[in-house]
Ligand binder design. Structure first.
Ligand SMILES: C[S@@+](CC[C@H](N)C(=O)[O-])C[C@H]1O[C@@H](n2cnc3c(N)ncnc32)[C@H](O)[C@@H]1O
Ligand SMILES: [Zn+2]
Length: 243
């Protein structure tokens, strides 16, 4: 049984410059679910233990979660990137037609709609007039793409975009509360402050720390609850009122 789904209105074929691709073999109306990804969900550390080819046939579905694609290529894996796509993300693991697609057209989505890290970066061969040349894991941050593809980004990227808009510096009052509550319950106190500066009102302490732009050794000390690392984070937030 296949791990991935490809609509019966398309089939996989070799495509110049990009390995295999999926092509419409029947008209595909706008709104059709053209592909769904299955596979094993892994965090980045476990995902990186697999080879690059398999990783490239996988999909990122959350900040630190990747659906590892099948060992052997399946038609549902073969939706290529285009800088002028006809499909978009209809969910974290689902590709949907953004417009009517005619027989013979290649099914494509913009990988900026799904990728939020550097696991699958490459030089683009889409040859569209607006080709951006290189496809990277930070393309989702481009405001031109966010506007052009609004409504077709993976939910975790939409959450990131909202967080960027909701984040703010701590006020004097926020800092007072942080410093007054730090001794009693440092994790709760830092969680409250980090939720404000990262614009994520519902995230856990671990998620907030993993998203904080601090160096790796400091981060692991904070997650392990080491008093010196927690104090250093509180002092930083006190002095900078953010990052
Ligand atoms: C999910 S796979 C798509 C199927 C792939 N073409 C194959 O043959 O298995 C993603 C990989 O396809 C290639 N690819 C997809 N779109 C491309 C593009 N526009 N230009 C060049 N390579 C592309 C890249 O190697 C990328 O890592
Ligand atoms: Zn391109």
């Amino acid at each position: 049984m296949a791990e991935n789904y490809l609509t019966p209105r398309a089939e996989m074929r070799p495509t110049p410059g990009a390995g295999f691709g999926s092509f419409a073999v029947a008209p595909i109306p706008a709104g059709t679910i053209v592909a769904c990804f299955g596979g094993t969900p892994l965090d980045r550390a476990a995902f990186d233990r697999h080879d690059a080819d398999r990783r490239s046939r996988s999909i990122q579905i959350d900040d630190d979660t990747f659906l590892l694609g099948p060992e052997i290529r399946e038609p549902g894996d073969a939706i290529n990137h285009s800088c002028e796509p006809n499909c978009g993300m209809g969910g974290a693991a689902q590709v949907v037609a953004m417009r009517d697609i005619a027989i013979g057209e290649t099914l494509t989505f913009d990988y900026a709609m799904a990728d939020g890290s550097d696991y699958d970066e490459f030089d683009c061969a889409c040859e569209s007039p607006s080709c951006r040349g290189r496809v990277t894991g930070s393309d989702w941050q481009r405001t031109d793409l966010q506007q052009r593809h609004a409504g077709y980004f993976s939910p975790y990227l939409v959450r990131r975009m909202r967080a960027a808009g909701a984040s703010r510096k701590l006020t004097k009052r926020d800092v007072e509360i942080l410093m007054n509550t730090l001794d009693d319950d440092p994790i709760a106190s830092l969680t409250t402050a980090l939720r404000v500066v990262l614009g994520r009102p519902h995230s856990t302490f671990e998620t907030l720390v993993s998203l904080s732009p601090i160096d790796a050794a400091w981060r692991s000390g904070v997650i392990a609850g080491h008093a010196a690392a927690l104090d250093r984070l509180a002092s930083h937030l006190n002095e900078c009122r953010g990052f």
